[in-house]
Ligand binder design. Structure first.
Ligand SMILES: [Zn+2]
Length: 104
């Protein structure tokens, strides 16, 4: 099974814990994330809200995966303003419940 070369997480562990192990995980499991998002019906624009029937499936993990993909797309398109926005969202999602020192 594929695992992250930096933190050693497998995709199963990430899904179960609802936590991304590290930044490298996004790249290691990019295809898996995309496939997972498709099963959730999220493949187009990120609108910040999902249809009601999908609400139950929504998780911060899905948000993170969506943001990471949007970030990659923005970087690929050299739209750095958007990229910065998505990166900020990701920071909040990754550290939303944790206080990181020295970052403010
Ligand atoms: Zn990792």
């Amino acid at each position: 099974m594929k695992c992250c070369s930096v933190c050693g997480c497998t995709f199963d562990q990430i899904v179960k814990s609802q936590r991304i192990g590290c930044a490298e995980c996004y790249y290691t499991f990019a295809e898996e994330f995309r496939a997972t998002l498709e099963t959730y019906g999220i493949s187009g624009e990120y609108k910040g809200s999902l249809p009601k029937r999908l609400k139950g499936y929504r998780s911060t993990l899905v948000d993170r995966m969506t943001m990471q993909i949007k970030l990659e797309e923005a970087v690929a398109a050299e739209d750095y303003e958007k990229a910065a926005l998505y990166r900020d969202y990701l920071k909040v999602l990754n550290h939303g419940t944790e206080i990181k020192d020295g970052q403010q």
